[in-house]
Design a binder for this molecule. Structure first.
Ligand code: ATP
Ligand code: MG
Length: 327
């Protein structure tokens, strides 16, 4: 609750952005408050990186405004440079591979005119939270794994103690376990330093880690809010009937979806589906009766929570569904 009262640290107000003559972002408005983790989610080409480039003051809106840590991106680029740390999608863009994590931290820390001792203290503190031991801190980046390199890049992004950390696709290219590990590390940094974060992603998994979400679609915002609010806006208020069969065929799925009181049904596992109805608890008897009429015998049936994935699957955001299996 106290989070709701924190000042807005990033605020776009009807911002439109062009690159050359091409309009990329159209009239977008959103904000995030201090200490929050904001997820900017969208399919490839939806404008996520463009949005991030506005947050670093590399791009300026031709209409509307964007304020970062109280600074107008059109006028105060230097202040924004100090107020933000940037973690690019590819480590090659941000790290010197022959250098160790600590040497990279020193190199970039010097650019902010920080003293050697201060850089080391800060780098060790961050790397420690990121699970690096002494050995790993001294290893050349070229010998580190993908997940470890990403963490070095995060350390470099935080070296000048910016109030905001901007991360472009931080989980891309990592396996499922490492994606969650990385997101947990970010949560810990957010907690420890109070850093506000922006996670750019086409990966819906990150939403679980966000306090606020903005969904970009073709340069406009199609939805925004707290993840729970978005889930609660689903039919069923964030709950669904989950039913498991010995075998779930496409035909069964279609039959369930065709039940008059079922808004939509999606596969939720091997043999199981989730059916979205207005009042899941109340409608279990109707649901059972309808199954019986179709001669379908469920093995299990219960009311379960809907997840953010479900949210998109019921909204049939086709662009997303094409992207999702890639990592
Ligand atoms: N320099 C540029 N010149 C012209 N068009 C550009 C330029 N940079 C980006 N665009 C276009 O702007 C749109 C949004 O690009 P952006 O890089 O912001 O998307 P994205 O959401 O980050 O995509 P991805 O997930 O693939 O990284 C795309 O259609 C892209 O082709
Ligand atoms: Mg991008």
């Amino acid at each position: 609750m106290t989070k709701e009262k924190a000042p807005k640290i990033i605020e776009f107000d009807q911002a439109s952005v062009k690159i050359g003559r091409v309009k990329i972002l159209h009239d977008i408005s959103f904000y995030t408050r201090e200490r929050e983790i904001l997820g900017v989610i969208g399919a490839s080409g939806s404008g996520k990186t463009t949005c991030l480039r506005v947050m670093t003051a590399q791009l300026k809106p031709h209409k509307g405004s964007a304020r970062i840590a109280g600074n107008d991106v059109k006028k105060e680029a230097t202040a924004i440079h100090y107020a933000t740390g940037y973690v690019p999608q590819h480590e090659g863009q941000s790290l010197y591979f022959p250098f160790s994590a600590l040497e990279n931290a020193h190199f970039f820390g010097r650019m902010y005119a920080l003293e050697g001792k201060e850089i080391r203290r800060r780098a060790v503190e961050i790397l420690d939270i990121l699970g690096f031991d002494e050995d790993l801190m001294h290893k050349p980046v070229r010998l580190l794994s993908g997940g470890e390199r990403k963490r070095v890049s995060i350390c470099v992004g935080l070296i000048h103690q910016p109030p905001i950390l901007l991360l472009d696709e931080p989980t891309t290219g990592l396996d499922a376990h490492l994606r969650h590990e990385l997101l947990n590390y970010l949560k810990q940094l957010n907690f420890h330093f109070g850093t506000s974060m922006v996670l750019i992603s086409h990966d819906l998994e990150v939403v679980e880690y966000c306090n606020r979400v903005v969904l970009l679609e073709k340069g406009t915002i199609s939805l925004q809010g707290h993840p729970d609010e978005l889930i609660q806006s689903l039919t069923g208020g964030g709950e669904a009937i989950e039913v498991t069969f010995d075998r779930l065929t496409e035909e069964t799925l279609r039959q369930v979806e065709d039940m008059p009181f079922v808004e939509t049904a999606i596969r939720s596992g091997r043999g199981s589906l989730k059916a979205f109805v207005e009042e899941p608890h109340k409608q279990i008897p109707d649901f059972l009766k309808a199954l019986q009429e179709l001669s379908l015998t469920p093995r299990e049936l219960s009311v379960v929570e809907a997840s953010f994935y479900d949210f998109f699957r019921t909204k049939s955001w086709t662009e997303f569904m094409e992207e999702e299996p890639s990592n």
